[in-house]
Write a new protein. Structure first.
Length: 157
């Protein structure tokens, strides 16, 4: 990725289009990831606790540990991959801003905290479910903001 070394976008409109395409794909991934977690784990707190801990009243078994470990493993990998690509582009475009460092660090920490809190909440209490929901949604929303800022900077100079 020549852009990551030189920062020169004005010499190649194709490179600008490719970075826009990557940013749009990352935005779509983030939206679909929220939908996927809503489908697999649940949308509201009752559905999430039923998925994690089970519910004897409606005969719902808790999620199997191997299924949860697989989900956490995939979440770690995809979070790191998407955040590293997104952060490298964002840093190159917005390196002059002071808030760039804070935004990138916040998104990275929330991306790492989210799968950890999902696993911790499985073994402990509902309190950590709330932390997982918060870190997951805030991290994804901030990452979506970063993708939209990248697209804005590329196309609306």
């Amino acid at each position: 990725m020549k852009f990551l070394v030189t920062k020169e976008l004005h010499t190649s409109p194709l490179l600008s289009s490719l970075i826009t395409g990557v940013s749009l794909a990352l935005f779509l991934y983030l939206v679909v990831d929220i939908v996927l977690h809503g489908y697999v784990i649940g949308v509201d707190i009752n559905a999430i606790t039923s998925t994690l801990y089970g519910n004897e009243e409606i005969f719902v078994e808790p999620i199997l540990l191997d299924s949860l470990l697989l989900q956490v493993h995939i979440d770690f990998f995809m979070s790191l991959l998407s955040i590293m690509v997104l952060a490298s582009i964002y840093i190159r475009l917005y390196s002059a801003r002071v808030s760039t460092k804070w935004l990138v660090h916040t998104v990275l920490l929330l991306g790492l905290l989210s799968p950890i809190m999902l696993m911790v909440s499985f073994f402990t209490s509902v309190t950590f479910v709330y932390i997982w929901i918060g870190s997951f949604l805030i991290g994804h929303i901030l990452a979506m903001f970063m993708t939209l800022a990248i697209i804005k900077k590329l196309w609306f100079k």
